[in-house]
Design a protein around this ligand. Structure first.
Ligand SMILES: [Fe+2]
Length: 293
């Protein structure tokens, strides 16, 4: 409990990894009209490889932890040792090696349960529980809603923990960007990221890469008169110059600034000179420009 209360430092304040608390345990009313204790996650960000982020999440009622998209096993075990957390689950978003490279070793050493996309069960080693669009997955008392978000890969999923205001979206949505469309179509990718648009403004986007500064350099070329974007880009430059992280980002800010989330905004269409085009056409134009930026 001591660690739960003391680790309130956001991970973007310096180059070290320190956990921080997203909300606290609280009560809510269930559909049946009964009060039920809800659970939140303590989230610890681990930078790996060149620009990957792996996340350890500890569920408050059980004290047990899961790892999201473990690129590699050693940094996960180092963090678990430092934190004193026990790992019982892996949550995988998609099959790319820089997201599941550590799964076999982690599963062998811990015997943990691997949760992953039903649509890509054959490309992710050791899946024990398959989930897909519309499913609710409970990590102990913490409830995640699962979205199918094809486009980057055909079997990509995202986990949204509403009580923790946390979205683990892998390589689908980035701060000021979105994933490259490797296995799907632009229309699929637009439909996928559009599933995040109704989520609350205060949702934190725990994406899997530190791509924000290069994404910002592109975004300002698309919408140079967006004042929110200009301020966001300046803040990103300041943080990166100070060696700080820019992830997670807040969904409300992303909605106002991320060019890939703005394909259905009239002002954005006007900025591109594409008034009258469909959101899919606009998204596709922006994705193509970014691919060639
Ligand atoms: Fe990927």
């Amino acid at each position: 409990m001591e660690a739960f209360l003391s680790n309130r430092i956001r991970p973007d304040t310096d180059g070290t990894t320190r956990p921080f608390l997203l909300g606290c345990a609280r009560r809510t009313v269930t559909n049946a009209g009964e009060n039920a204790a809800m659970s939140t996650l303590e989230i610890h960000q681990i930078p790996t490889r060149v620009d990957n982020y792996v996340y350890l999440v500890r569920e408050s009622s059980s004290g047990q932890a899961a790892v999201v998209d473990p690129s590699d096993a050693p940094p996960v075990f180092e963090a678990l040792d430092t934190l004193g957390w026990t790992l019982t689950h892996v949550l995988a978003t998609h099959h790319h090696n820089d997201h599941i490279g550590g799964v076999p070793e982690i599963k062998e050493r811990t015997g943990c349960t691997v949760v992953g996309p039903r649509a890509d069960r054959d490309r992710i080693p050791g899946i024990d529980i398959e989930v897909g669009d519309g499913d609710t997955y409970r990590l102990y008392e913490a409830e995640a809603r699962v979205f199918d978000v094809p486009g980057h890969t055909r079997g990509h999923i995202a986990y949204w923990f509403p009580e923790s205001k946390a979205l683990f979206c892998g390589d689908t949505l980035f701060a000021l960007g979105c994933g490259r469309v490797f296995e799907g179509t632009h229309e699929q990718m637009w439909n996928s990221i559009s599933k995040f648009k109704p989520l609350p403004d205060e949702t934190m986007v725990y994406c899997a890469h530190e791509y924000t500064q290069s994404n910002a350099r592109f975004a300002v070329t698309v919408e140079p008169d967006n004042a929110d974007l200009a301020a966001y880009a300046a803040e990103i430059d300041r943080k990166r110059a100070a060696g700080q992280r820019t992830v997670p980002s807040e969904l409300g800010l992303e909605r106002r600034t991320n060019p890939f989330l703005r394909a259905d905004v009239p002002d954005f269409a006007a900025a591109l000179g594409m008034e009258g085009s469909t959101p899919v056409e606009i998204f596709s134009e922006v994705r193509t420009r970014k691919d060639n930026f």
